[in-house]
Design a protein around this ligand. Structure first.
Ligand SMILES: Cc1cc2nc3c(=O)[nH]c(=O)nc-3n(C[C@H](O)[C@H](O)[C@H](O)COP(=O)(O)O)c2cc1C
Length: 216
């Protein structure tokens, strides 16, 4: 497929047809992700592929429980916002449970250039980590490779970060079930993958003229 056609065809897919996504196809998607550029070529990514229905359900339950814990604390302050948060999780996070495959994307904190140098110079570099950290840009490049390769192979996917607040709960589950315990790694995103059930309607993109400035 032509690159621009691929880019246009990619959409967030939240409803999938029943049926397996062969592990070899997911490997091809991860193989494309692997080729992405990364700051200092550190490649701080690890992909955990969950095809097992039972584990996917347990992960959804762990996220749900964490959502409910936060929501019930919110209830006393603002019940409307708490209910909105519950509803959001239902529609924009937990749909992955019905996807044939889930990929848990683990990443690690990246120390940008200047971080260690500023520390040595007795300057506070914490804002470089917290506000301007390029680590997530590296991961974004890898995940975009993944999603485009998924389209190329006839699949759809959805990139999900709205469960990141449940990182610790999911990690505990992973440690218990698959003994994943890589030092310093945290859950940075989820990717649901499958054959699209429908043609989703993506929200509009900004116009080219509105997002660029050319100085000639
Ligand atoms: C970093 C990132 C995080 C996202 N998190 C979620 C999410 O948690 N749940 C969800 O349903 N969609 C999520 N999306 C998908 C966006 O909502 C979607 O890309 C956007 O609305 C544009 O639609 P399109 O992907 O169909 O073009 C995320 C996308 C990105 C890039």
């Amino acid at each position: 497929m032509e690159f621009i056609e691929l880019a246009r065809k990619r959409q967030s897919v939240r409803h999938y047809k029943q049926g397996d996504v062969p592990t070899e196809d997911i490997e091809l998607m991860i193989d494309a992700a692997r080729l992405a550029p990364s700051g200092k070529n550190l490649q701080y990514w690890h992909f955990i592929v969950v095809k097992d229905d039972g584990l996917r359900r347990k992960i959804a339950q762990a996220i749900s429980a964490e959502n409910e814990r936060i929501s019930s604390l919110m209830d006393v302050k603002d019940k409307t916002k708490a209910d909105r948060f519950r509803k959001f999780a239902k529609h924009f996070t937990l749909f992955f449970v019905d996807a044939p495959a889930l990929v848990i994307v683990m990443s690690k904190q990246y120390e940008p250039s200047g971080y260690n140098e500023m520390q040595l110079a007795d300057l506070d570099p914490s804002w470089l980590i917290n506000e301007k950290n390029p680590g997530m840009q590296s991961l974004g490049a890898a995940l975009e490779h993944f999603t485009l390769r998924a389209v190329d192979l006839g699949y759809g996917s959805c990139w999900i970060t709205s469960a990141n607040y449940a990182d610790k709960a999911v990690q505990a589950l992973l440690k218990e079930t698959v003994d994943f315990d890589q030092q310093g790694y945290f859950m940075a995103a989820l990717l649901s993958v499958g054959i699209p059930e429908d043609n989703p309607k993506s929200p509009p993109k900004k116009n080219l003229r509105d997002i660029m400035t050319i100085i000639e």
